[in-house]
Structures are given as C-alpha cells and as structure tokens.
Design a protein around this ligand. Sequence first.
Ligand code: HEC
Ligand code: HEC
Ligand code: HEC
Ligand code: HEC
Ligand code: HEC
Length: 189
Amino acid sequence: MNSSFLDYILRIKLPIVLFVAVASFALTYFISRPERDGIGYAPDQPITFSHKLHSGDMKIDCKYCHIGVEKSRHAMVPQVSTCMNCHSIARKDRPEIIKLTEYYNEGKALPWKRIHRVADFAYFNHSVHVNRGIDCTVCHGDVGRMDKVLQVNSFTMGACLDCHRSPHTNIPNVTEINNGPTNCFACHR
Ligand code: HEC
Ligand code: HEC
Ligand code: HEC
Ligand code: HEC
Ligand code: HEC
C-alpha cells in the first residue's frame, strides 16, 4: 500500500467517518429526547381535554377512562365513545365538542399524542404497581390539577431501580410493600 493513500485514510477519511457517526448518534439521541427523559414534556393535543376539569372538579374516577390500570400492562387512553357517554348531550354546541363529535361520527380514533413512554426493550406493567396500592400521583404527579398533562418524572432505568430498592421512601402512604425486582430479566425480557 502506498503511504500517501494510508495518509489519506488516516488524516481525511477516518475523521470524516467518525464525525458523521458521532453526529448522527447525537442527532438521534436528541430527537428521541422527549420520550427518553421526558420531564416537562406536554404536547398540544387534538382536543383540549382538561384533567383538571374532568377528574379534579367533576371527580370522574381515573379508571372510568383508563380502564386498563388494574388489569393490564397498559392504562389505555379512552375511545371517543367513552367521551360521548356525556358529550352527546353535555356542551354539544362548543367548538371542541363539535370536533369531538365529528371524530365519533366518522368512526375515527383521536390521534392523542403519547406523553409517557418507556423504551421498547424494557417491560413495564401498570396493574402490578397499581394493585400494590401505588397511587397514580407517585409516578405521574397530580394529574387532577393539570389542564394539560405534563410529564413530571423520568422513567429511566435509574428511576425505576431507585424505587425498587427502597419503595418505602418513594411511596410514603403504603406501609406494607415488597421491594421491586432488580434482576435484569424482570425488566428486559
Ligand atoms: C374523562 C376521561 C378521563 C379521566 C377521568 C382521566 N383521564 Fe387521563 N387521559 C384521558 C385522555 C383523553 C388522555 C389523552 C389526552 C391527554 O393527554 O390529555 C389522558 C391522558 C392521561 C395521561 C398521559 C398519557 C400519556 O400519553 O402518557 C395520564 C398520565 C393520565 N391521563 C392520568 C390520569 C389520572 C391519574 C386520572 C385520574 C386522576 C385520569 N387520567 C383521569 C382521559 C381521562
Ligand atoms: C362523565 C361525563 C363526561 C365524560 C365521560 C367526558 N366529559 Fe368532557 N365535559 C363534561 C362536562 C359536564 C363538561 C362541562 C363542564 C363545565 O364547563 O363546567 C365537559 C367539558 C369538556 C370540554 C370543554 C368544552 C367547552 O369548551 O366548554 C371538553 C373539550 C371536553 N369536555 C372533552 C372531553 C373528552 C375528549 C372526553 C373523553 C376523553 C370527555 N370530555 C369525557 C362531562 C364529561
Ligand atoms: C410505578 C409508576 C406508575 C404508576 C403507579 C402509574 N403509572 Fe401510568 N405510566 C407509567 C409508565 C412508566 C408509563 C409508560 C408505559 C409504557 O411506555 O409502556 C405510563 C403510561 C401511562 C399512560 C399512557 C398510556 C398507557 O397505557 O401506557 C396512562 C394513560 C397512564 N400511565 C395512566 C395512569 C393512571 C390512571 C394511573 C393510576 C391508576 C397510573 N398511570 C399509575 C408509570 C406509572
Ligand atoms: C414508586 C415505586 C416504583 C416505581 C417508580 C417503579 N416500580 Fe416497578 N415495582 C415497584 C414495586 C413495589 C414492585 C413489587 C411489587 C410486589 O411484588 O409486591 C414492582 C414490581 C415491578 C415488576 C415485577 C412485576 C412483573 O410484572 O413482573 C416489574 C417488571 C417492574 N416493577 C418494572 C418497573 C419499571 C420498568 C419501572 C420504571 C419504568 C418501574 N417498575 C417503576 C415499585 C415501583
Ligand atoms: C426495574 C426495571 C429494570 C431493571 C431491573 C433493569 N433495567 Fe435496564 N433499563 C430499564 C429501563 C426502563 C430502561 C430504558 C431507559 C431509558 O429509556 O432511558 C433500561 C435501559 C437499559 C439499557 C440501555 C442503556 C440505557 O441506560 O438506556 C441497558 C444496557 C440496560 N438497561 C441493562 C440492564 C442490565 C444489565 C440490568 C441488570 C443488572 C438491568 N438493565 C436491569 C429498566 C430496568
């Protein structure tokens, strides 16, 4: 191999390849940022639904809409038909409710933007946590006071493990609770 070719590889080609690799890694990292750390993430939603109004003021139970929390992995966001139980009558002349009714009549799902999310390669299950008496507020903050849902905690591995190692300090109101698992296969299946 002639030395000026080697020189070209080392001085020009390699730095460019490294630069592109680092830059594209950094770019994907920051683009996926809101869903990784997520604290403060509060996207605009297609309908301005207020938790403060529905669950704070009107005291509708979280489980009326999030039907999965006690029995499945996912809490689940309600279908338009759940809203229409009331809004086929309540406030049906208001612009946001007219929009809501159009989705319902066209049989379309509302494209709610997802706020909280753990990485695909990690396993989380609502029912296990909720059925141990861990309140929604421990992980999601006081949603009943939010006009617009805002992520208040991060769900990094460190944050999960922090509670699993000492649930008592993280969940003040529950007196009898086991530690959560810390073995890798509990969360990476
Ligand atoms: C009348 C139905 C209704 C009730 C009652 C309700 N929610 Fe919701 N919730 C929704 C809808 C619709 C969304 C999606 C739109 C949004 O984020 O505001 C949602 C979103 C959420 C999210 C964010 C989901 C995500 O994308 O990460 C959390 C957390 C949440 N609700 C918690 C609660 C808690 C806790 C309560 C009880 C204090 C509650 N909700 C009561 C309808 C409801
Ligand atoms: C149990 C009955 C009930 C359910 C279920 C319900 N709502 Fe409501 N909602 C109401 C009532 C009553 C009001 C009016 C409250 C007020 O203004 O004091 C209201 C107000 C609203 C408003 C504000 C309307 C305005 O501009 O004045 C929006 C938007 C709304 N709801 C969206 C939704 C969506 C989306 C869902 C389903 C995820 C939903 N609601 C489920 C009873 C309900
Ligand atoms: C131990 C922490 C923890 C508790 C307690 C908890 N959540 Fe969650 N919640 C999460 C995590 C983590 C996610 C993201 C899950 C994912 O990406 O699969 C999430 C996501 C959600 C979502 C988005 C949709 C979904 O199904 O993933 C809703 C809605 C929600 N939670 C509502 C609730 C409600 C209502 C309660 C109380 C009854 C509750 N959560 C209790 C941690 C918790
Ligand atoms: C506020 C405290 C708390 C937080 C935050 C929390 N957990 Fe847990 N988790 C627990 C407790 C307590 C248990 C054990 C329940 C028992 O066995 O009695 C548990 C159990 C589990 C289990 C075992 C049950 C099963 O389904 O196999 C998994 C998996 C798990 N958690 C995943 C997670 C992940 C992933 C996160 C972060 C996204 C997380 N947890 C955040 C308290 C927490
Ligand atoms: C309580 C649940 C839990 C346990 C136990 C757990 N992890 Fe994780 N791990 C997670 C979550 C959640 C993420 C995603 C974090 C994020 O998206 O920021 C993660 C991410 C990772 C990553 C990706 C790098 C990173 O930090 O984002 C690696 C590698 C990893 N875990 C390895 C392990 C190993 C090895 C063990 C055992 C020593 C382990 N995990 C135990 C929940 C857990």
